[in-house]
Design a protein around this ligand. Structure first.
Ligand code: SF4
Length: 197
């Protein structure tokens, strides 16, 4: 396939995701002031537009999560009220859209090459320097000596992008100390938006 065609497909994919993120973010803002039934209507929309096996699986998960009696509706109602619009778009909408609109070419290539589906999300803990001590968290069990070397962090993020992962929450605390991460936030080529924790 020619380079121009590949680039064209990548730009189209990026544009599609950007539009979907904006639409979803606006929808979530409007829905935060309406009833839980409307969340379920939004969930049903994913089912209607799902084409691939992966999209159908995500749509079924969303549908079940938002079903009456399940935690999705109350969870969204609680967190969307007062959520900063940038967090709503860059974290919540980005996460859902990234899960739903995978790059099908990358997805097919990895499945053919390795025999399994590439992951949708990659959690990375480049440091464990968090100054909180949340119950059940592993961060406090590590020291600064356990920091990921910058070149390893760089490789992990790059390889994650290469297998089509668009959503990479950064966990463990203190990550903004890493210059590599600051550079990724500024230069990210595909809308990679780390969610800091
Ligand atoms: S990394 Fe997150 S979960 Fe763990 S202690 Fe820090 S804030 Fe709590």
């Amino acid at each position: 396939m020619s380079t121009v065609l590949v680039q064209g497909k990548e730009i189209y994919g990026k544009l599609k995701r950007e539009i979907a993120e904006n639409v979803l973010s606006q929808s979530l803002m409007l829905l935060s002031h309406s009833s839980e039934n409307n969340y379920r209507r939004l969930g049903a929309t994913f089912g209607r537009i799902a084409k691939t096996e992966h999209q159908k699986m995500i749509a079924a998960w969303i549908d079940n999560w938002l079903a009456e009696g399940n935690p999705g509706g109350p969870f969204l109602t609680r967190i969307l009220k007062g959520l900063n619009p940038k967090v709503r778009k860059n974290y919540l909408a980005n996460m859902i859209v990234s899960l739903f609109f995978r790059d099908q070419q990358i997805y097919d290539r990895i499945r053919k090459q390795y025999g399994f589906n590439p992951p949708s999300v990659m959690l990375v803990s480049p440091t464990m320097r968090c100054n909180y001590k949340c119950s059940g968290c592993y961060a406090a069990n590590y020291t600064r000596d356990d920091d990921l070397p910058p070149e390893v962090f760089d490789r992990v993020i790059t390889e994650g992008e290469q297998i089509g992962i668009k959503f990479m929450p950064i966990l463990g605390g203190g990550a903004l100390r890493l210059q590599t991460l600051a550079r990724y936030i500024q230069e990210t080529p595909q809308g990679l938006l780390p969610a800091l924790h």
